[in-house]
Design a protein around this ligand. Structure first.
Ligand code: FAD
Length: 299
């Protein structure tokens, strides 16, 4: 029997289920809502920082909480998939923007949600989040885990970063951790001028904000902004690109084909795709996987 990478990860219990409870919410900008979660199980939550992601399970319809058939790390995925469509909790990927233990000993996790309308399950859930509301999540139990995708090789020169609003929480968490003396060129694309959040970093970060304009093809504008930026010659850059899949692909193509960035030094992730729900993206991921293999690692 062959052991897949994701089976090996499960065996090592890199991830486990957590019940998180909304402690408070705070609006960060036009599109962003920070939800701070607590809950006793978070004492075992171990974010690896940077772009650490987790999966949330949202209730279907107007139900208060998602009912999962199993929270056993080895069997949940098959049991969840076997549920009828109309009962299966909705699974969505989000970023651990921050994790802390307060002076009072409370474990807290922040997630920054983009509010993009009431018709989509995760955006709707976040828009209605109130103190005390619970949510199930599968998240990191060890800090070294495969859901931290930002893995620059030793000797990296300049860091190149592209993020749209969905990946801005991850980009901000990466910037939080980059040390002084690190050269960063970043292009951050947001829907509104007041989504240009204040970001903190010790790195030497040159950030270009691209405020989306209605009717402007997003990929073209972003590539134009990257093309207009002078990149240091021959200093082994590492590129981290995340956001809408089509734009991410266009930026990657530009860096590899026009700017000669080594394709092995480009980490790119489509966080969502225009016109496709996460179910549709997962269905595409399932198509290439064994029936019980958890495809969330592909997200
Ligand atoms: C590893 C990873 C980390 C992520 N981290 C974050 C995070 O920290 N914060 C965050 O907000 N998102 C994050 N995302 C993106 C988020 O998972 C998607 O935006 C997801 O589709 C939202 O689910 P939904 O139920 O609101 O919309 P869905 O039901 O999945 O989609 C419904 C429709 O809305 C569109 N859509 C999806 N997202 C957006 C958007 N932001 N703006 C406009 N239209 C959209 C889809 O194309 C589709 O047509 C992350 C994704 C990944 C893979």
């Amino acid at each position: 029997m062959t052991t897949t990478a994701s089976e090996a990860d499960r065996a090592a219990a890199h991830f486990r289920f957590f019940t998180m409870e909304v402690l408070r919410t705070r609006r960060l900008g036009h599109s962003f809502l920070r939800v701070t979660f607590g809950g006793e199980s978070l004492a075992d939550f171990r974010s690896g920082g940077f772009d650490q992601s987790l999966s949330l399970f949202l209730p279907v319809g107007d139900a208060e909480h998602a009912e999962l058939p199993s929270t056993d790390e080895d069997t949940w995925f098959g049991a969840w998939r076997a549920m009828p469509d109309e009962e299966r909790p909705v699974m969505r990927s989000y970023t651990v923007r921050d994790q802390r233990r307060t002076d009072a000993g409370v474990d807290e996790v922040d997630i920054d949600f983009v509010l993009h309308g009431d018709a989509s399950p995760a955006s709707r859930w976040a828009g209605r989040a109130v103190t005390g509301r619970r949510i199930a999540a599968i998240g990191p139990a060890v800090a070294q885990n495969k859901s931290v995708r930002f893995q620059p090789p030793a000797g990296t020169g300049t860091f190149l970063m592209y993020a749209d609003e969905t990946a801005l929480p991850a980009a901000a968490a990466i910037l939080d951790r980059l040390p002084a003396g690190t050269a960063v060129k970043a292009w951050f694309e947001v829907p509104h001028a007041d989504d240009r959040l204040t970001l903190h970093t010790a790195a030497d970060a040159d950030i270009t904000w691209i405020v989306r304009e209605k009717g402007t093809a997003r990929a073209d504008r972003v590539v134009e902004a990257v093309r207009a930026t002078e990149l240091p010659a021959a200093d082994a850059p590492y590129a981290w690109l995340a956001g809408e899949a089509g734009t991410v692909r266009a930026v990657r193509r530009h860096l590899v084909q026009e700017r000669s960035v080594d394709r092995r030094a480009v980490r790119f992730t489509g966080y969502w795709r225009l016109g496709a729900t996460e179910e549709q993206l997962l269905a595409e991921a399932y198509a290439g996987q064994a029936p019980n293999e958890d495809p969330t690692s592909a997200l």
